[in-house]
Design a protein around this ligand. Structure first.
Ligand code: ADP
Length: 451
């Protein structure tokens, strides 16, 4: 028996809220600019959702950086220690991943930093670095209010970390104290950065036009080069060095004041309501890898409920929160021929055994609408920064698995950003490699040079 054809119009009606009009993207850019300015100004920063943290990074590498540097990378799933040798354009790197046990992630700050110092010590021994005093750059990707390049006060733990006695404290001091407690090595932490700054620095090493760093992974965030006269929150004098500073926007929090409500769907609200941080990181929740799969899942469940998909019969797994991974979106959208090989594979993983070609087409269409919206929203943010910087030519360094692995994210962003920037402006989106390690070493090197 032939399956009854699905009423396409009813499907489109369910999906319509995900189609954002061009004029709405322009409004989003205007709102983003308002938020940036609110965050930058001393008086309004306190109540601003987008924090625009000064990073105290003022010079991008000029390719003359040399020497051995240590780098630490904490803030994703792994903790890494790296040894990086810089010699002009040549960069050699050796790194090791160390596990941070759950008990330490949820223990005390002292335990965490003792563990980190222990890993550094083991790394130094295995790389025969004993006795050497090495400058260190620390990629610490949690929101920090910095008071200097080597002074970063953690505002709140995120991403599964909750160590007592660290929020409100300077993490460089905690690291140095732990190293001192051991007394068996000489390490000097010169700089703390986050992953957006790492991506930018790493790319700037070979591309002088690089002026924006963008992360599209578990979360989303961006940094850019701002004129020093606009950086009211930092404690520096223009005479001390370059006339600019990188700003860590922490743009994931855009919309936390409700300004994006006009484009949010019932599915976005549902994801937010059931998250660990309701009401917070609204822009991030419409874009990044931690949430995209779940938005798709909620729409699929709705379509099944209205008998518009899988003949009205889903599966137990499809109805479980978090079971539709964002990598599925990439896999499904990678099906180009008519076989729907990946799509059917995903259905099987979700224990959905009865599906038609039309089901495949609908699911692919849902994925593509939701990932395009994410790419376009991120484009509005990038176009806003490009227009604000007003340089003729800019390279954007991008890192994160969503950008890296989604088959169309790059192209979608190029197309929409081009549409939204001032006429004549040139830009590139460039995948950044090893930003967290190489970037931290480069910042430490620049700091070392300027000392
Ligand atoms: P982090 O941002 O924590 O440093 P990643 O850049 O690897 O780490 O991002 C992890 C996020 O990327 C997860 O939310 C995951 O769902 C998403 N992700 C992983 N693989 C893919 C993929 N193939 N396509 C799209 N998203 C992916």
């Amino acid at each position: 028996p032939f399956p009854k054809p699905v009423d396409r119009e009813s499907v489109e009606n369910v999906l319509r809220p995900f189609i954002v009009k061009d004029e709405d993207y322009i409004r989003i850019m205007d709102l983003m600019l308002e938020n940036f300015n609110k965050g930058l100004h001393k008086v309004t920063n306190k109540d601003a959702p987008v924090k625009m943290f000064p990073t105290y990074v003022r010079a991008v590498p000029d390719g003359t950086e040399e020497g051995d540097y240590l780098a630490l990378d904490l803030g994703g799933t792994n903790f890494r220690v790296l040894l990086i040798n810089l010699k002009g354009q040549e960069v050699n790197m050796d790194s090791k991943i160390y596990l941070i046990p759950q008990s330490i992630m949820l223990g005390t700050g002292e335990q965490l930093f003792d563990h980190i110092a222990d890993c550094i010590s083991k790394f130094m021994v295995s790389h025969k670095l004993g006795g050497k005093k090495l400058p260190l750059g620390f990629t610490f990707s949690f929101p920090c209010r910095q008071e200097g390049l080597d002074k970063a006060i953690l505002t709140t733990w995120t991403k599964g970390f909750k160590c007592e006695g660290v929020e409100g404290e300077d993490i460089v001091r905690l690291l140095h104290e732990a190293i001192k407690r051991r007394g068996d090595m000489a390490v000097d932490c010169l700089a703390v950065i986050n992953d957006t700054v790492g991506a930018l620095m790493s790319c700037a090493h070979s591309d002088r036009q690089c002026a924006i760093g963008l992360i599209l992974g578990t979360g989303t965030n961006a940094c850019y080069i701002e004129r020093l006269e606009n950086v009211e929150l930092a404690n520096v004098e223009a005479e001390d060095g370059p006339n600019e500073m990188l700003i860590n926007t922490e743009w994931g929090a855009f919309g936390d004041d409700g300004c994006l409500d006009f484009v949010r769907t019932e599915y976005d609200r549902h994801v937010d309501k059931h998250s660990l941080n309701p009401g917070l990181q609204i822009y991030e929740k419409m874009i990044s890898g931690m949430y995209m799969g779940e938005i798709v899942r909620l729409v699929l469940v709705k379509l099944v409920k209205h008998s518009l998909l899988f003949g009205g019969e889903g599966s137990e797994l499809l109805s479980q929160r978090g079971r539709f991974y964002t990598k599925y979106v990439s896999e499904i959208e990678s099906d180009v021929d008519d076989g729907f090989k990946n799509t059917k594979q995903v259905f099987e993983e979700l224990e959905i055994y009865k599906s038609t070609e039309e089901d495949c087409r609908i699911v692919q269409h849902v994925c593509s609408l939701i990932s395009s919206r994410a790419a376009y929203l991120a484009s509005a943010g990038i176009a806003c920064i490009l227009n604000k910087m007003d340089r003729p030519e800019v390279t954007v360094a991008v890192d994160g698995s969503l950008y890296r692995f989604h088959p169309h994210f790059h192209d979608l962003m190029m197309e929409k950003t081009q549409q939204l920037v001032k006429p004549g402006m040139k830009f590139k989106l460039m995948l950044s490699h090893d930003g967290s390690g190489k970037g931290a070493a480069l910042v430490a090197a620049v700091a070392h040079r300027l000392r």
